[in-house]
Design a protein around this ligand. Sequence first.
Ligand code: FMN
Length: 589
Amino acid sequence: MAFKDNRGFIEALQKSGDVVCIKQEVDWDLEAGAITRRTCELRGPAVLFQKIKDYPDGYRIFGGPLATYRRIAIAMGLPADTPINEIYDEFEHRQEHPIPPIVVNDGPCKENKMLGEDVDLYHFPAPMVHDGDGGRYINTWGFCVTREPDSGWVNWGIYRFMILNQQTLTGNPAPVSHLAMIFREKYLPRNKPLPTALVIGADPLSSIVAQQGLRVGESEADFAGALHQQPVELIKCETNDLLVPAHAEIVIEGELLPDVVAYEGPYGEYTGYRSDDPRQKVVFRVNAVTYRNSPILTMCVHGIPADEGQVTAAIGTGIGLRRLLRKRGLPVKNVYLPPEGAGHLAIVSVTRGGSEVARVVKEAMTVRRAWYPKILVVNDDVDIYNLGEVIHAFSVKCHSYRGITTSEEPGRGGPATPCYSKEERAELYGAVALLDATWPADWPEEDIPVKSSFNVIYPKEIQDKVLANCKSTGSKLVPLIERQEVTWESGFILLTLIVWTLHGRRSTTSGITKSICRISWKPRDSSGRHVTKIGSQPRGRVSSLPCMKWKLRILLRLWPRTRQTLPERESKAVCQSWLAWCRGLCIGR
Ligand SMILES: Cc1cc2nc3c(=O)[nH]c(=O)nc-3n(C[C@H](O)[C@H](O)[C@H](O)COP(=O)(O)O)c2cc1C
């Protein structure tokens, strides 16, 4: 089931334990940002801030809505623990069938309206996200709706916007973005303002689609419908004819001005650094704001991965690139943009490798812009969602000389890439390192080293046997025999301990108790080790009370251990020595 709005999504997150609701007052000035950043870094839950300093009850901030794959899965109506590759496949499969939106006449986003001079952007708890940001960012996880005037094509895109004053914003659409393209090509030459709607707090799937790099002419609303598997409901704006999601929390209507610029930034970027200087950017004059009762402002706190920027790009953009490469006839199995790479690393697996394939992959991936400065190509036996496997392939298969090729891509780089100098960033310098970790195409098969992994180097029947044992124990790691033995022996230890403890009056009794008591009287050296062998001590009478106390103490210490199975114990060694000890007793008799 897909959610029409963020509120349904938040309820689902509450049920699965993927959101925490904070009732105590939290400051919009850094505190909400800091909490969200921390939870992102710990891969923790999303945060719903329910009481914001200086704001009336009900005005809320929803931080980190989609910063984990679990939350993406939930947003798509999948089980929370769906593996990444299955989320990818489902996402791609759904997007093969775009569903156009429907227009409705009424919707929750119209519950409240501010028009003209009444507009006050400070009415909403726009956060100061990071210390040192250029201002309060009202939009960190919302998208702009604009229309290309000649074709009527409507574009959605996520671009951050900062408050300049009560009725003005400045924002950061990159020069290569579709919004910048429409503005530059169709409005600036005519000196006309570009009608724009900024949608904050739309349903989660529409927001994911808005950050996908779709092609000119493709409608994000149709692709959002595809993910929902039903049409998205749109409603007309108050002051222009743009259509926006009817269930959004806040809609800011206005226009980008053709003749004014203002400084935007700096900002804690998606790269994990404050890696761009304030620059003169577009100015958004606001004409109206409509919003739901008790509005929930969504907030993405960019930083060291992961946040929704990196996680949703891993899926949306990753699938877009996979589609693009396959369309070009390349033998591509998967593309993964790991959130840990902060949008600077693309991993591509291919069914047929070699330097020529890698080169063509790189060319195709840098057609529009050179925003992935590291492209790593691996064979398809590598699970590219498993970074351990990826690092292994890179380390041992990428030839340190022949396997790495670099190229400069002037004017097509990312403006915030931290390793570029200030000058390079300013002129959008770009460079790409292609890391080829595939086997060379001209190596005969017998020259390719055999992989020593469980599923390659062992015969099938051995694999099956091992896996069958693991399955029957319900564990992936511990073979069946070990667990049964331990469970049985643990019971044995427990029983003997009880008998031994209760039998306090004499040590010269028969059977197991006798043996145990003999051991208990062995003398020890200064380090606590027994100095004689089992059974070498003379039997003797034991005064019952101190002995009972002593044994009871041992019993209490060992009791918890006997009730656990081996894998759960803190110390495997302790358990094993006890088992050996018991076995020794049995054999000795
Ligand atoms: C949280 C978040 C913030 C983003 N901020 C910006 C931004 O400020 N400027 C920008 O150009 N792209 C930004 N992006 C990336 C764009 O949303 C993405 O490139 C998208 O494809 C743009 O749409 P377009 O291709 O239709 O221009 C952001 C993405 C996310 C997920």
